[in-house]
Design a protein around this ligand. Sequence first.
Ligand code: NAD
Length: 307
Amino acid sequence: FELERLGIHDSVAMVFPPAELAEYLADLPVEVAVIGDDEISACDAVVTMEHRDAFLEVEWVHSIQAGVDRFPFDEFEANDVILTNSTGIHDRTVGETVAGYLLMFARRLHDHVANQQDRRWERPEWDAAFTLAGSTACVVGTGTLGTGAAETLGGLGLRVTGVRRSGDHVPGFDEVYSNDRLLEAISGADFVIVTVPLTDETRHLFDADAFDAMRDDAYFVNVSRGPVVDEPALIDALEADALAGAALDVFEEEPLPEESPLWGMDEVIVSPHCAAYTRDYFRDTGDIVRENVDRLADGAAFRNRVV
Ligand code: NAD
């Protein structure tokens, strides 16, 4: 197709100012403009955070997120609309966020932040703090997020195991298990970190059986998508002290409802789906868009094509 007008949909404002990306891409040989819903049909391609039905009339949609579970793949296919995503850019950002959660728990930093709110000088119990070096993290899903987490945690001295469908070795992991050994893999870990996409196969992958298999002094981390976890089962496990705690960036319902018990738990860190935030986000996602504009001109296949 001929690309003449590329729209930056204003829903990207959830992650960065749309005008920053428009300016970053201004040197492309196409017209680039920030657009609202009423201007979608005037574009050949759109860069977006959210889905809109009007996208089914353009040629190409680029998601600034890696997870594209909210886009209707069948309808894109039926309407010959290309969908690309931003997988590949979140290794360092999410890896560092995950390392931060683990450091907070091991070094008890979250307790200090909580105590400081009450101007309370209170040291941890003598046996509460530990070091990450010598601990084991099991990362479920060995893609961009998984390998980014493995590299960051490996640098902090953790032993890092992984779970992937094939069970084949991945650089950065000390040991890799296949999916059918998931419960065995997570049962040996001090930290279990979820980095798989949300699919029919991974919906509620972490259920009561998984939390049962985890050690009761282990921490659970979810930076992928909320519905990969059966959230009531996680809450039950936390309330029963069958887990030490959890760091959660994503939830079955977002924003996390005010009445969720997760907000009030001492050993739970809640972050508002921002594990990948960085001031460079518009550049990172813009580089994928730029590469695909070039590829389109060369008649080459798109990078990160999902549909
Ligand atoms: P990716 O495609 O690079 O990696 C996903 C990996 O999961 C792949 O290796 C894939 O083979 C594997 N996988 C898929 N189904 C599996 C299954 N059933 N069992 C085991 N492994 C399976 O994607 P990514 O960039 O690493 O992102 C992963 C997901 O994390 C995204 O889909 C998105 O939902 C989420 N994400 C969240 C944030 C955030 O801000 N919290 C940021 C980026 C991505």
